[in-house]
Design a protein around this ligand. Structure first.
Ligand SMILES: NC(=O)c1ccc[n+]([C@@H]2O[C@H](COP(=O)([O-])OP(=O)(O)OC[C@H]3O[C@@H](n4cnc5c(N)ncnc54)[C@H](OP(=O)(O)O)[C@@H]3O)[C@@H](O)[C@H]2O)c1
Length: 270
């Protein structure tokens, strides 16, 4: 454990904390003595998270049952924290929706939800909590992107575009906020075994996907270590790091052709 965590007196607010990577990041911060504000929709999963965290670690875990697709939710979360004297020192913008399939096959309602959920809560929460984060000598923001942010991926068009937005936004504000001691990190994991759909997709995606994919607890540990070490980019796992280098060495159109062919084949298998 890095000694830095002893300096974290405020709370860690995590969106999409009831399942998957968000849940694992909640445990990871709690294991380092940081109290949690967990935001998600499913009250039963959040209750279970609270019970497990508070019975295992000497921290509190506050749960807020909220739909982040509602554009008023970030303001409500912020107001609730202000009214209850909850100072957020670590903000983890994790919530996100995945997709795979041909762009023309998804409904416009789904497409809009994906863009809304992947991008707007991050912008709103970051803007709202910045004055609070700047009160601390050192504070942290983590935005959840994906290895897919580096290259356009056919059959994941909107997903990778939304993750490229998160990557670019995070890197830019990381420079803007350097002098304010707000550490902004962006994480770009490859596949992570989380919900059933993602697990199924990883399993049919061939050797490279299996070789680079990790479990959520491994990703969470890498992310929290990276944040505390002041990294602006966190790619969990050696396999994913190597894959990123190979992707960047390959001409974009060749990479897109290869990945697109693979995605098309896998689509039939899912
Ligand atoms: N899994 C991967 O392979 C992978 C790889 C790279 C990046 N990522 C990114 O990592 C993040 C987490 O992915 P994951 O695989 O852990 O997802 P997950 O297992 O599906 O969990 C998503 C979390 O978000 C919550 N959520 C969903 N819609 C919500 C809404 N409208 N309002 C509030 N909370 C909502 C869910 O809980 P409720 O249902 O209770 O709301 C759940 O806690 C996403 O941004 C994803 O794009 C994932």
């Amino acid at each position: 454990m890095l000694d830095t965590t002893s300096k974290i007196k405020g709370y860690c607010l995590i969106t999409g904390a009831s399942q998957g990577i968000g849940r694992a990041i909640s445990y990871e911060w709690a294991s380092r003595g940081v109290s949690i504000v967990a935001v998600a929709i499913d009250g039963a999963s959040l209750k279970e998270l609270k019970e497990e965290v508070e019975s295992t670690y000497d921290v509190s875990c506050i749960t807020l049952t909220k739909d982040l697709l509602n554009p008023d939710t970030p303001q409500e979360v912020f107001d609730w924290c202000m009214e209850n004297n909850i100072d957020v020192q670590v903000l983890v913008n994790n919530v996100g929706l995945g997709s795979s399939g041909s762009f023309e096959d998804t409904s416009i309602a789904f497409d809009i939800s994906l863009v809304k959920l992947n991008i707007f809560p991050m912008i709103q929460l970051t803007k709202l909590f910045l004055p609070v984060l700047k009160k601390f000598d050192k504070s942290y923001i983590l935005n959840m992107s994906s290895l897919g942010s580096y290259r356009p991926i056919p059959y994941k068009a909107l997903y990778t575009a939304s993750k490229a937005f998160i990557y670019s936004f995070s890197k830019a504000i990381s420079s803007e906020l350097k002098e304010d001691s707000v550490q902004v990190s962006v994480s770009c994991p490859a596949g992570v075994y989380t919900n059933a759909d993602t697990v199924r997709r990883i399993k049919v995606s061939g050797t490279i996907a299996k070789w680079t994919s990790l479990y959520a607890d491994m990703v969470a540990s890498s992310i929290v270590n990276g944040m505390l070490r002041g990294k602006d980019l966190i790619i969990p796992g050696k396999g994913a790091k190597l894959l990123k280098v190979l992707m960047m060495l390959m001409p974009e159109n060749v990479n897109r052709w290869m990945v697109g062919r693979n995605m098309k084949r896998n689509r039939r298998a899912v």
